[in-house]
Ligand binder design. Structure first.
Ligand SMILES: [Cu+2]
Length: 383
């Protein structure tokens, strides 16, 4: 109702302004001042020039202000390629933006109404039309071709992925990430999406009869090795989520029913980026929570980039890029899911009918749909 009233008020205000304009016009006509817009034209033209200067000054100011707040240099090899493409696009569109805006305001100034001036009738110029069609066409073609090249580099054939890569499974759900590592064998255990297998204690439907699943573990942080390729197998249990690693310049939707994935190589450890940020005045500021400079506690992060519900903001996780030695030490300290599941299993079986009923409304039903997809994704991965 309030929105409706607001819209009605805005429409009435618009009508009133038009009527006032018409009245002013009529009064002028009666006074014999009709057609003399030179004075107001001069004022408007000057204001246009003032606006042009303020507009560009504002852009320069905000660019200088925001510069130190930009993300630090890309921490993945893919990020470098995406950034190069992004920067070229920004440069080209930036040049066009500056030229067209200067012309737009400058023309309103120099071609304002003046006594005795008549508009020049300009009907057609083939050369000019050819030039202004060819330049954007060639520019767009360069951007598109380069874009396709980068796309194929970032998403190669699955068989061409490096053999030494770490495979990690990330599944989004309201509202956290289930991060599953394959453990020492490097193979993720199979998932079996059946009514019996998927339960609140086994949301992913891991098939524990598959020995490969026995050393799989869930992680509350993502760990990767510097300069060692990684592959993420992505999925979702309920709604759309988006796997976003801003420092790596990577983002991929997690879709229930459609397996997606990403592969890349982290090229900067957390320490490397921390060293970069040390030099940045914005990161040298003291964090009131820790009483230390902000760069000291910098960590990469995983975030959900899809508005997936009321606690969407909580789908955040710390990400670490480290040496193989540190990674191994972290991995050795993790507890396999299988050890815990064996205990939980007995409890879950005892309450199966209730668990299944409850599951239909909440966790299990959506998990089933998504699970089919993940099963397919694992199958794809094994091609
Ligand atoms: Cu989400």
């Amino acid at each position: 109702m309030a929105t409706l009233i607001t819209i009605a008020v805005l429409i009435l205000l618009y009508i009133v302004l038009i009527q006032v304009g018409k009245t002013v016009e009529k009064v002028r006509e009666l006074r014999g001042e009709s057609g003399d817009y030179e004075k107001s034209g001069n004022i408007n033209a000057t204001l246009m020039m003032v606006f042009l200067v303020l507009f560009f000054a504002g852009i320069v100011y905000s660019a200088i202000y925001m510069w130190p707040k930009l993300l630090p240099a890309s921490a993945s090899d893919h990020g470098l390629k995406i950034e190069a493409l992004f920067n070229l696009t920004l440069l080209l569109t930036g040049i066009v933006f500056i030229i067209t805006h200067i012309l737009l305001f400058w023309f309103t100034y120099i071609y304002r109404q003046q006594k005795g001036r008549k508009a020049y009738f300009f009907a057609h110029n083939s050369t000019l039309e050819l030039v202004w069609s060819a330049i954007p066409a060639v520019t767009m073609a360069i951007l598109v071709v380069w874009g396709i090249k980068v796309w194929f580099e970032i998403f190669p054939n699955h068989d061409d992925l490096p053999k030494n890569r770490i495979v990690i499974e990330a599944t989004g759900k309201q509202f956290n990430w289930l991060i599953r590592y394959p453990g020492k064998d490097g193979v993720l255990g199979r998932r079996l999406i059946t009514k019996e297998n998927v339960s609140p204690t086994n949301e992913l439907g891991i098939d524990f009869s598959d020995p490969a699943s026995h050393d799989d573990f869930f992680a509350s942080e993502i760990h990767m090795v510097k300069d060692r390729p990684v592959e993420f197998l992505l999925g979702a249990l309920d709604v759309l989520h988006s796997f976003y690693l801003p420092h790596m310049r990577l983002k991929m939707d997690c879709v229930p029913g459609v397996p997606t994935g990403l592969s890349f190589t982290p090229i900067r450890s957390n320490d490397d980026t921390r060293d970069l940020l040390k030099e940045n005045p914005d990161w040298q500021k003291i964090d009131p929570e820790t009483n230390e400079p902000r760069w000291k506690n910098f960590k990469y992060e995983l975030a959900c980039a899809e508005l997936c519900g009321k606690s969407h903001y909580g789908m955040q996780m710390n990400v670490f890029v480290e040496s193989q030695k540190e990674y191994d030490a972290w991995m050795n300290a993790q507890k396999p899911i299988y050890a815990g599941a064996a205990k939980a299993d007995t409890a879950a079986t005892a309450v199966t009918p209730e668990t299944m009923e409850m599951g239909k409304d909440s966790t299990v039903a959506p998990a089933k749909e998504a699970g089919n997809a993940v099963e397919a994704s694992t199958a794809n991965a094994k091609h």
